[in-house]
Design a protein around this ligand. Structure first.
Ligand SMILES: [Zn+2]
Length: 427
């Protein structure tokens, strides 16, 4: 109904314009002719110039770009030198890049007044040859808008695959995957997503001229992993926004550092060392772990959320458990007298969960847990590792936080999951 009404008024307006246009009173009808707005590109009014478009070919330099348009070799050399300056950073032109020459209207020799070369999707270089050569780096107007996306993990798939369906740009897919994994890194093992896991994200998208090119960050997200739901809302704890973090629906910070030790009550009996005298093997060797001595049977705790990737026995380690926490960190716990119930390969564990009990299986002189830590596949001393600090929300902030997230949570809850699109076979 509204649309029909709108359509009718457009028709009416059009008729009015036509009537005026056909009127004999020539002095007034000029005012009523609707002139389309000028087409602006790279800040130039295209109507004011002779616009020549071309593309950089294989092996071209700036000379090939400019010399056909009346630019002297001296000017080209000056322009190339100025463009290579660090403030502009254009050392060479790339094959396939489209460039634009602006010449004066009616100039049959097509002498370049300006040349515009796109450095990337946002930035472009303007060569000005009107007088002495001027080279400037400019940016297209950057637009940041709020966007939503959602998706589902299917069999033999992963997050990137699912995101690839939603985002047109391959770089944005990678950025988005990192943002999501970053927010849920302490809660979800992204190496072990399950078919049926779902996600919803509210994010900032950067675009130029209607083309999205970058994820500006995510502001809230929801992830359903193995039927457990996780919410994350970005929130600043101070007005200067120096303490910004992601918190769950109860105001608990998403990012949690590791527990200091895998046992609550213990002493370090042997520290991490690249060279120590092994008490059982009676020789000098590296000790790439930290030993916590504790009475036999003391619970051993997972130091952070993760997935058990090994729970087995070998001669040196005895009974041991290895946990992958995220793409960066993996921990291992040796010499257990036994595993906690349910602890086996593939099981998700929570920070502080008992995974086994202190013992002296394998090469051990007395009951202790040897705690080993990997960062990016390399063994490190976890006690010297600076983990991202957790920012606890003070109680006084909680009411305003809960108020703040209420409409966002409602928005997330009402978002449908975009179904996975099966690509149809070409006929
Ligand atoms: Zn040890």
């Amino acid at each position: 109904m509204n649309k029909a009404l709108h359509f009718a008024s457009v028709i009416l307006l059009f008729m009015l314009i036509s009537c005026n246009g056909s009127s004999n009173d020539e002095s007034t009808d000029k005012d009523t002719i609707i002139v389309p707005p000028p087409v602006i590109e790279y800040g130039f009014n295209l109507d004011s110039f002779q616009v020549i478009r071309d593309t950089v070919q294989n092996g071209w330099t700036l000379s090939h770009v400019l010399s056909p348009y009346g630019v002297s070799q001296l000017e080209i050399n000056q322009a190339a030198e100025m463009a290579a300056d660090s403030s502009i950073g254009l050392k060479y032109v790339k094959e396939g890049s489209p460039f634009v020459i602006f010449a004066a209207k009616g100039d049959t020799s097509k002498t370049a007044l300006y040349c515009v070369y796109p450095k990337n999707i946002v930035e472009y270089v303007v060569f000005d040859f009107r007088d002495s050569v001027v080279v400037e780096l400019k940016s297209k107007p950057n637009k940041v808008t709020e966007q939503i996306l959602s998706g589902e993990i299917v069999q033999n798939s992963n997050l990137t695959f699912a995101l690839d369906q939603q985002l047109q740009d391959i770089n944005m897919t990678g950025e988005m995957a990192e943002y999501i994994a970053g927010v849920f890194a302490w809660t979800i093992d992204f190496f072990r997503l399950h078919p049926g896991d779902q996600f919803k994200v509210i994010y900032q998208e950067k675009s130029v001229e209607g083309t999205p090119y970058q994820v500006g960050g995510i502001t809230s997200a929801w992830f359903k992993h193995q039927d457990k739901e996780f919410y994350a809302f970005q929130f600043a704890l101070d007005s200067a926004r120096t303490k910004v973090g992601f918190f769950n629906e109860e105001g608990k910070e998403m990012r949690r550092p590791f527990l200091m030790a895998p046992v609550k009550f213990s002493r370090i009996s042997s520290g991490y060392s690249n060279n120590r005298f092994h008490p059982v093997q009676k020789r000098w060797k590296a000790h790439l772990g930290t030993d916590y001595a504790a009475p036999k049977g003391t619970p051993i705790l997972a130091t952070a959320n993760g997935t058990v990737i090994e729970a087995s026995y070998n001669g040196g380690n005895g009974n041991y458990v290895k946990i992958r926490h995220d793409a960066t960190y993996t921990t291992q716990y040796l010499h257990m007298t036994g595993f906690a119930p349910g602890i086996k390969k593939g099981v998700m564990v929570q920070q502080g969960q008992t995974i086994g009990y202190v013992g002296s299986t394998g090469l051990a002189t007395g009951p202790h847990v040897c705690y080993r830590f990997w960062k990016n596949g390399k063994q490190i001393d976890h006690r010297t590792e600076k983990f991202p600090t957790s920012i606890p929300m003070v109680d006084s902030l909680l009411p305003s936080y809960l108020e703040y997230i209420k409409p966002i949570k409602e928005k997330i809850d009402s978002m449908p999951i975009t179904p996975y699109q099966v690509e149809e076979a070409a006929e």
